[in-house]
Design a protein around this ligand. Sequence first.
Ligand code: F7E
Length: 335
Amino acid sequence: MRRALITGITGQDGSYLTELLLDKGYQVHGIVRRTSTLGRSRLDHLYHDTTIYGQRLFLHYAELDDPTTFRRVLIKVAPDEIYHLAGQSHVGLSFEIPESTCDMTAMGTLRLLEMIRDLKPMPRFFHASSSEIFGTPTIVPQDEQTPCAPINPYGCAKAFATHMVGVYRRTFDLFACNGIMFNHESPRRGENFVTRKICRAAASIKLGLQNDLFLGDTTAQRDWGHARDYVRAMWLMLQQEKPEDFVLATGQLHSVQDVVEQAFATVGLDWRQYLKKDSRFLRPIEPQRLVGNASKAKCVLNWTHEVTFAELITEMTERELSFLAKNPRSEAQAA
Ligand code: F7E
């Protein structure tokens, strides 16, 4: 049985990847921060299944700023594949906490690479890189050759980690790959990201639980896909003959305004009555023209996104609606 280790297993991508790997017959080990004991709702259905948890799925406490503990887990698990998804992933927040963002996302990745270098044999390694490494690129759409030019602390941290993965691949012969992922969402997205915030608000307003939706820049555009499509590509990348970097994207740009219109249309409401601008959600600087060219992934991995933008936002809104209808007093939960 092949063994995979996932950092960030409790997150959106970690939970979908766990399901995918269990389906493929893997034994899955996840790293959990001691502080995140209450944040496992995305894994609850697996955690409470006694045929899975403790049999083929295991969680271990470790942190990337505590390499000794982490190394012990690595030695004990001896994974064939490592999927490194953990890190501070909120771009807006990275302006507030740049040091810890860089420590977790940049230095955390380097520490992990250093630990892997000492393992014999070395496991294959996937790093969740981000379109934020491109900043405001002049080349549109962006591919694996597009230069890094980040414009926020999060993008800088990801650019550092992405380059380090390349360095370890070339220098130490590590099978290490960067998935340069554009925005990917789902009903399991954290509620402080804009798609989930909008879909939840549309459902909540429809049910009379909320009056308004406050947003920052609604003209901002992104290339939004479904997270389940993206975790499929992560696995494919580690099954190839040689390690390479891949852009994972839909190739289509939509605005925050498009998300609002799709979500409110799904619940049959006129967004004009509820949308309010709020400067608290504006960022010091916004990336522009971030849209990916995933033709290398199509050609080498035979990967392409399957879920369209409209299907994604409709699914997210409908899930919020059915969840809130059953749990009107609840805080947002991972669906
Ligand atoms: O913002 C605008 C905001 O926070 C999208 C992460 O997964 O993708 C994600 O980063 C856009 C921005 O995602 C609000 O200014 C307007 O232009 O959902 P977001 P992000 O910053 O694109 C990349 C690829 C990653 O790697 C990241 O880890 O929406 N926006 N009003 C707002 N954004 C938020 N969060 N809240 C608002 O009220």
